[in-house]
Design a protein. Structure first.
Length: 53
């Protein structure tokens, strides 16, 4: 009886660890996108429009 409970708790702990690792990877990607975001200056946009002459 005790072995069954221990196995269930062990499987639940492993599942929790896997879930937390996946969630951490998703959060890391979102954070990197937010940290690397920058607005393009208006001057650069104007120069890009003139390149197609």
């Amino acid at each position: 009886m005790n072995w069954i409970i221990l196995m269930i708790l062990g499987i639940a702990a492993i599942a929790l660890i896997i879930f937390l690792m996946r969630q951490n990877q998703k959060d890391k990607k979102v954070m990197e996108k937010e940290m690397n975001y920058f607005e393009k200056p208006d001057e650069q946009e104007a120069n890009d429009k003139d390149d197609g002459l």
